[in-house]
Design a protein around this ligand. Structure first.
Ligand code: 4AD
Ligand code: MG
Length: 455
């Protein structure tokens, strides 16, 4: 007899016959001669309804005392159901695998995400988190599919690094030394120099793009930003394509195409979970995703965006001025109030961007871009890279970075330099966008945020 998941059973077009199924009890209703047991095994949102007659093998030992959360193994025949599902199981044997204690925290429906965060080891058993993490898995698969279909090479960039790509100084130190030795004899450290958890795989990604042409990375990145917001995590996953022989226009087009591809994939492959999220988390979700899938995105220069915001008549908390970073409220105004769709802002002032971005001919701005989406703001940040040796050297100087530390990066401009560009897509921000979940902590299995590294 074959072991089936609930998803395999419920999605079967022909009756699967007699099968074994395992799962955790969601509900049980007893009557005199039989019990209804609903189990869920996380393979899909829906539960499998099981009818267990009181005279089947194992019933007396397992069913009368069966509690919510307990794990069971059932064999039986899959038969057409009178209820809303196509199939249910007429049990032949039932066996208790693991009993559940009386204080199982997921007794009743409708726990808040905040409460569920305090039991992050059990929250994937809920409908909400089951849906979110099935979608997380599907989106990771779709990311690879998007790039592999286009011939991009997947590169594993290091997690431990000696360079601060973004230059924001938000790095976690990696050391084997105690505090005192670290201060007095830093050279004793494992790598013989200061090392950190990477904030981005971009610089290493560039070296591979300057050999393999089209590459992408997809891995964990770390930022010791002390910002306790709904959009920032200290550990998050980033997807970073890097394309050789490419300019900013093509880079922006790739970012837009990728977002649309991922949204279309979610709509096609996560329909059941999206329907649930649309009903219980964000009532406008499906409509928004359909809209984003089919409509062209907008683009605007940073300079024009600043003018637009200044003339909007809207009162912002933070000032809008050429040369200042756009805050989340400004980004959201652009996408939600003005354009009412995703928008890419490009050509930012050089002063507010990292050293590696390509200087534009105006001498003031760099070929940077941020893709903003409604509800979240920035989900992609990217740029064309400075490929001209002399200008890159000058940029390093202006950012007070030593050419010695970045000699390997500079070398790419010495031996067959090419124009190249890329971007970083924050995977959790993408998931917030496609699930409608409003807090980044609820789209990562084990969130790491300031003051919190539980489980
Ligand atoms: O804009 P960022 O800082 O760009 C880079 O790191 C570049 N090196 C990327 C590149 O050009 N290859 O980060 C890229 C994206 C952001 O747009 C955002 O979606 C996400 O990463 N991100 C975060 N997500 C969650 N928590 C944080 N603390 C994040 N910081 C950035
Ligand atoms: Mg950014």
């Amino acid at each position: 007899m074959s072991r089936s998941t609930v998803a395999q059973i419920l999605r079967a077009t022909d009756a699967p016959g007699v099968v074994e199924v395992n799962g955790w009890v969601r509900t049980k209703r007893d009557s005199k001669a039989f019990s209804f047991v609903e189990i869920n095994d996380g393979s899909c949102l829906a539960n499998l309804q099981i009818i267990a007659d009181a005279d089947i093998e194992g019933y007396a030992e397992a069913v009368p005392t069966l509690r919510t959360g307990a794990s069971i193994k059932v064999t039986g025949e899959i038969v057409p159901s009178q209820g809303k599902q196509q199939w249910e199981m007429q049990a032949q044997t039932v066996q208790l695998l693991g009993d559940s204690e009386e204080d199982y925290p997921l007794q009743k429906k409708g726990h808040s995400p905040e409460f569920l965060r305090s039991i992050a080891h059990l929250r994937p058993r809920t409908n909400l988190f089951g849906a979110v993490f099935r979608m997380r898995s599907r989106m990771a698969y779709a990311v690879h599919q998007f790039f592999q279909e286009r011939g991009f090479v997947y590169v594993h960039t290091p997690i431990i690094t000696a360079s601060d790509c973004e230059g924001a100084g938000e790095m976690f130190r990696v050391t084997t030394l105690d505090g005192e030795t670290l201060e007095k004899q830093p050279d004793e450290d494992f790598f013989g120099k200061p090392t950190y958890l990477t904030v981005s795989g971009q610089l290493e990604g560039e070296t591979y793009a300057c050999a393999l042409s089209n590459i992408y990375t997809f891995g964990p990145t770390f930022r010791a930003e002390n910002s306790n917001t709904t959009r920032h995590a200290a550990e998050f996953w980033m997807i970073e394509p890097e394309i050789a022989f490419c300019d900013l226009q093509e880079d922006m087009a790739l970012a837009e195409a990728m977002i649309q591809y991922l949204v279309a994939d979610a709509l096609e492959h996560c329909a059941e979970d999206l329907k649930f999220l649309n009903k219980f988390v964000d009532k406008g979700l499906l409509e928004r995703l359909e809209f984003v899938k089919s409509r062209d995105f907008e683009r605007i220069t940073y300079t024009d965006a600043v003018e637009l915001l200044k003339n909007s008549g809207h009162q912002f908390e933070y000032p809008v001025e050429y040369g200042l970073n756009l805050q989340s409220e400004h980004e959201r105004y652009l996408t939600e109030e003005h354009f009412k769709c995703p928008v890419t802002v490009y050509n930012y002032p050089q002063e507010i961007k990292p050293f590696y971005m390509r200087k534009n001919d105006d001498g003031k701005t760099v070929a940077a871009m941020d893709l903003l989406v409604p509800g979240i703001g920035e989900i992609v940040g990217g740029s064309q890279r400075e490929e001209r040796l002399d200008i890159l050297r000058a940029n390093l100087g202006e950012h007070e970075l030593s050419e010695e530390d970045y000699y390997w990066y500079v070398d790419l401009r010495r031996y067959g330099s090419v124009s190249h560009a890329g971007f970083g897509l924050g995977f959790e921000r993408l998931l917030m966008f496609v699930t409608g979940v409003s807090n980044i902590r609820d789209v990562i299995p084990f969130p790491r945020t300031p003051g919190s590294a539980d489980f």
